[in-house]
Write a protein that binds this ligand. Sequence first.
Ligand SMILES: Nc1ncnc2c1ncn2[C@@H]1O[C@H](COP(=O)(O)OP(=O)(O)OP(=O)(O)O)[C@@H](O)[C@H]1O
Ligand SMILES: [Mg+2]
Length: 484
Amino acid sequence: MPLRTRFMIYVTALLGGLVVLVLFLVEHREVRAIFEAQKDRGILTAEYIAQFNQYLFIIGDSEGVKEDLEKRIDKNLIYVIFYDQNLKPFAANEFIKNYYSIYADSKLDPEAKKGDYFLEIKNIAVEEKLGRYLRIMEIEVPIYVEGSPTKFGSTKIGLSLEEMRAEELKTRLILILIGCSGLLIGVGGAALMARRITKPLDKLVDGTVKISKGDFSQEIDIDSQDEIGELAQSFNKMSQQLQLTKKRMEVANRRLIQAEKLASIGRISASIAHEIRNPLTSVKLNIQKVMESEGLDDIDKEHLDISQEGIGHIENFIKELLNFTRVSELHLNYFSVEQIVDESIKMIRNTLKLKDVELTIEVQERLPQVLVDGDKIRQVLLNILHNACEAVDKGGKITIALSLLKGRRGQKVRILISDNGPGIPKKDKENIFEPFYTTKSTGIGLGLANARKIIVQHKGSIHTVENEGSGACFDLLIPCEEEK
Ligand SMILES: Nc1ncnc2c1ncn2[C@@H]1O[C@H](COP(=O)(O)OP(=O)(O)OP(=O)(O)O)[C@@H](O)[C@H]1O
Ligand SMILES: [Mg+2]
């Protein structure tokens, strides 16, 4: 059963019980008060009638008393009976004489003092056949005459309780109405409260279910300052931690796969190199010998040249492969980045000239020295510049921009190398750093893989960014110490 329904059932039951209890107590007090008021009124009425007829009663004028009594009878005062000293009826209204048991007996104690009274509630059948009864409050009070030490007689009246009953009914109805409204307001308030409590809980449950399905990007927007708010904050922290851990695990996983891949490539390339190198050297030597021999025509020489070129390619491939898979230690030293860039450009100068490429260097500020393996960083820059040279058309442009990046985790030197070639298609962007990924017919696909390996060894990063123009743009970040 949902929490909200259970809460509502408990609150309604509790409120209902409380309302019934309060109503019962209040009703009891009210009914009691109405009864007391009726009783006081009855005693007063009986005493007043006795007082009023006292003279006629003393002189024994029963007709005179009766006449007065008949005048007083109405829908509330049903009967009045005067009893003499011997407890015998002296005078009464005509109607009550039909009810002999009421008319004949005086119930008051013969020793009753002034202020004493007798009270009884009874039903009298008004229309017996129809089952109509009148509820009566019967009150009898003593009559004392001045100077007389003993009771002179008594007056008994019968008051209809119909009015009192109507009043009781009205009071009960009002109380029930108040109770129902109270209950309704209470239940309404409880429903609102239940909604306020369970709505954030629903959000929490929703978030937990999503997390259990592996979606850690859950953020619960509850900013209340109570326990639920605290729970939501802890929940958000937990999902952030989970997200972070998931990302770290993904990175670690990727690194593991990469490391395993490299290890396999290393093993394969070592065995290839071992199997190919020796026969290749003898093939190369034999070709050279044949080339040196006399009597070769130009066509034969040309064929042998092509073979030698092919062997050169294979040798180069083996060299690159071994270079890539070899895990060599870094020989760290302090270098100026500008200097490494200049040296790299010098090494590629001929290629740039051949293609008439315009190379620009932008240095935004004075850069601190970096602790790196100079040869390796040069190799990285050369690989990227070679690619750029290959990408641009004749008369193309390459730009190298150097700047300093200050962040929370220390500062880094940024090297942005962009060209105005065709750029890298979106589908290739994810793969270009993978070993042996190439789109060139003569390429090996190790240039960028090697570059990334070296940069990662330096705890830096390399990736492509959007170029303002059309071509490719590589972003290299190398950490450097802050100058003191
Ligand atoms: N500046 C660039 N413009 C366009 N594409 C590029 C650029 N640099 C790299 N690439 C793409 O990335 C691929 C991988 O480059 P990488 O240097 O690793 O290998 P390669 O140049 O093909 O071969 P090699 O091992 O001889 O360098 C390239 O084949 C090319 O498709
Ligand atoms: Mg390359």
